[in-house]
Structures are given as C-alpha cells and as structure tokens.
Write a protein that binds this ligand. Structure first.
Ligand code: NAD
Ligand code: UFG
Length: 338
C-alpha cells in the first residue's frame, strides 16, 4: 500500500516505519522535525535496508500538505504528527489546538483532495481522563483532564464525523497506553529534547548519568506498593498494531477506536527494579510529592484490538527495559553527536 506517515521521524513513527517497510509498503514520511531528528530516518534506512520518500512538511500548512498529497497520492495515512507534553499544553493551549486539532483537519482536507479514505490516528489513553473502572474498555466515558487530552478527543471526533460523511471511509483511532522501550538493535529509540516528563526516559537518563536521581511522584496511592501503576507497552508491539490497523482499515468501513495496551500494569517501583536489572546496578531515587493530575492506576482492556485487529502485545517488562537500556547506553545523548 502507498502510505503517508505524518510525524514519521518521531519515537513511535520511526519504529512503525521499520515495520511497514519490512511488510513491503511504499512510504512517504512528512515531518517538520519539531521533536525529532533526520538521523532517526537515516538509521531506519540502514536498519531496514529499504528506502522511502521524505518531505519536510508542517501539518499546520494546509496548502503545502495538499500539494504533497497530490504528488504522492497515498492510499492511507498514519497521522502521528502532534505535540504531546501535557504540561506544555497547559502553558501553550493554542499551539496544541493548532497542531493537534487544526493539523488533523488539514490532513483530512489533503486526503479529501486526492480521494484518500483510510486513516490510522495516534490517540491516547488520556482521552478517558480519571478512570471510573479498570481495566478501561473503549466504552469508558471520555473526560480528558488536560488541554493535550482534549485536543486528542477533538481530533478523534473530527475523524469520526469525517468518516460518517463518507460511507467508504475507514479510520482506526489507536488509543495508546504507555509506550516504552526501543528497537531491538538499540539504534533507534526515544529521544526527548527537554527534561523527560515520562518515567522510562527519565530512568534511562539516570542510568546513563545525565540525571542524578529519579523522583518517584508519591508512594501513597492505592496500588500494591503505593506508587502509580500503568499499562506499559513495548514500542515494537505498538508499531505492529499500526500495521494491523492499516490492514483492518483496508478491509472495513467506518471509524473505530481501539485500546492499544497489554492489559497488565506495573508500578513505578517495579519499573525501576526491572530497569536496574537491565543496566546492572541499583538506581538512585527519592520519593517526592504526587504530581498534580496523576491517577493511581491506568490499565487497558485491549480485547477489542486483540479480536478485531488480530493483534496482541507480546513483549514483557524485561524486553522493554533491556531495549531501552541498549538504546540509551549506546546513544547517551540520543541522536545528537557526542
Ligand atoms: P514524537 O514527538 O517523538 O513524534 C511526533 C512527531 O511529529 C515528531 O517527529 C515531530 O517532529 C512531528 N511533528 C510535531 N509537530 C509537527 C508539525 N506541526 N508538522 C509536522 N510534524 C510535526 O512523539 P511520539 O511519542 O512518537 O508520539 C506520536 C504520536 O502519538 C503523537 O501524536 C502523540 O500525541 C501520540 N501519543 C504518544 C504517546 C507517548 O507516550 N509517546 C502516548 C499516546 C499518544
Ligand atoms: N513518574 C514518576 N517520576 C517521573 C515520571 C513519572 O514517579 O519522573 C510516575 C508517574 O507519577 C506515573 C508513572 O510514573 O505514576 C508513569 O508516568 P508517565 O509520565 O510516564 O506516564 P503517564 O501515565 O502519567 O502519562 C501518560 C502519557 C501522557 C498522557 C497520560 C495520561 O505520557 O501523554 O498518560 O493518560 F497524558
């Protein structure tokens, strides 16, 4: 299939790109490198031994997107491009609405211009807000508690309305839980440009000596050891979910949401222990106050994706930590040269 990836140079996009190339899809990546590096794409080329097209493009630029789509004429789009830092979203809400909501509308407009009818969208478990029950299935109420979460919820609704207006259209809204880990080669991985917000990249940077110690945000939650519990999913499993979603979109009509998680949760202490085993030493930490907005536990019910996408997460916690450590230890400064 001819597939256009917006944001394909990013963390999840680059891992998905490798899977898609291995399956023989023809790819065009569009990215403005707002939060990624051309080096990620160079490494995908050498790891996969396959080529793909690239355009430096901004999803906020509707006219440029339409021109790009008219040139490549994709049969499907995987729309990763977006801003994802929860705190930054609160400080710069209009930037988040512009990129995540208006950007998604531009992508749909460009698809319309070339009669492209299939989209796979990067959504997030954050659209559910505070869990009312666990595990969370797709029927759980949608009450996002942040600007970032609301942009994802709005983009989902826009895609669903776009799909309703076109009976032949299909869309898969993939609600990722907590993606972690790296490609098994350790050559591509997560490379946050600022101080990491998320647990696994923070632990990795402590392990490699870039940060002094991990702050554990509270150990008085109602979980098995008092620290926050999340459904961590290996990025390689997440990448395979996109391939499955593309196949699903090719064979079905309508827009569907899917939880992409494992169905199991791990606490912060468990993540730290697993990472310490991977890197071979105990890592320093201190317990600090709770982070505002955090919930005690968040776990997916992934059975809809298991059933309809014929996909399931296969990699466990040791592989998540081992691959993250292989990436971080081999690339202590990410894609930046030493
Ligand atoms: P990332 O920042 O590594 O990747 C996003 C990519 O989009 C980057 O390459 C960035 O340069 C590009 N981009 C940003 N703004 C752009 C613009 N205006 N025009 C073109 N390209 C632009 O993030 P990621 O972790 O790979 O996330 C990919 C998608 O998945 C995002 O939409 C994110 O919101 C969503 N998501 C991520 C997580 C997570 O924990 N990583 C969880 C749920 C959902
Ligand atoms: N945590 C720490 N110390 C850190 C970072 C995180 O103790 O330095 C803890 C958090 O309190 C939480 C767990 O580790 O209990 C996981 O935190 P992350 O920030 O890695 O992940 P979240 O589940 O909080 O955030 C994720 C996505 C967000 C999304 C949010 C809500 O990264 O994009 O889920 O669904 F908004």
């Amino acid at each position: 299939m001819d597939v256009l990836l917006t944001g394909g140079a990013g963390y999840i996009g680059s891992h998905t790109l490798i899977e898609l190339l291995a399956c023989g899809h023809r790819i065009h990546v569009a990215d403005n490198f707002a939060n990624s590096s051309p080096e990620a794409l160079n490494r995908v080329r050498s790891l996969s031994n396959r080529d793909f097209a690239f355009s430096r493009a901004d999803v906020r630029d509707r006219a440029a997107l339409i021109a790009l789509f008219q040139e490549f004429r994709p049969e499907a789009v995987i729309h990763f491009a977006g801003l994802k830092a929860v705190g930054e979203g609160e400080a710069k809400p209009l930037d988040y609405y512009e990129t995540n909501v208006a950007g998604t509308m531009n992508v749909l407009d460009a698809m319309n211009a070339v009669q492209c009818r299939r989209i796979v969208f990067s959504s997030s478990a954050t659209v559910y807000g505070e869990p009312e029950y666990l595990p969370i299935d797709e029927a759980h109420p949608l009450r996002p508690a942040s600007v970032y979460g609301r942009t994802k919820h709005m983009a989902e609704q826009i895609i669903a309305d776009w799909g309703r207006a076109r009976p032949e259209a299909s869309g898969a809204l993939l609600r990722y839980f907590n993606p972690v880990g790296a490609h098994e080669s350790g050559r591509i991985g997560e490379d946050p440009h600022d101080v990491p917000n998320n647990l696994m990249p923070y632990i990795s940077q402590v392990a490699v000596g870039r940060r002094a110690k991990l702050s554990i945000y509270g150990d008085d939650y109602d979980t098995r050891d008092g620290t926050g519990l999340r459904d961590y999913i290996h990025v390689a499993d997440l990448a395979r979910a996109h391939v499955a979603a593309l196949d699903y979109a090719a064979a079905h009509q309508g827009v569907e949401a899917f939880n992409i998680g494992t169905g199991a949760g791990f606490t912060v202490h468990e993540m730290l222990r697993a990472f310490s085993e991977a890197c071979g030493r105990d890592l320093p930490y201190e317990v600090t106050a709770r982070r505002p907005g955090d919930v005690a536990a968040c776990v997916a019910d992934p059975s809809k994706a298991n059933r309809l996408l014929n996909w399931r997460a296969e990699r466990g916690l040791p592989e998540m930590s081992r691959s993250a450590w292989l990436w971080q230890s081999g690339n202590p400064n990410g894609y930046e040269a030493l």
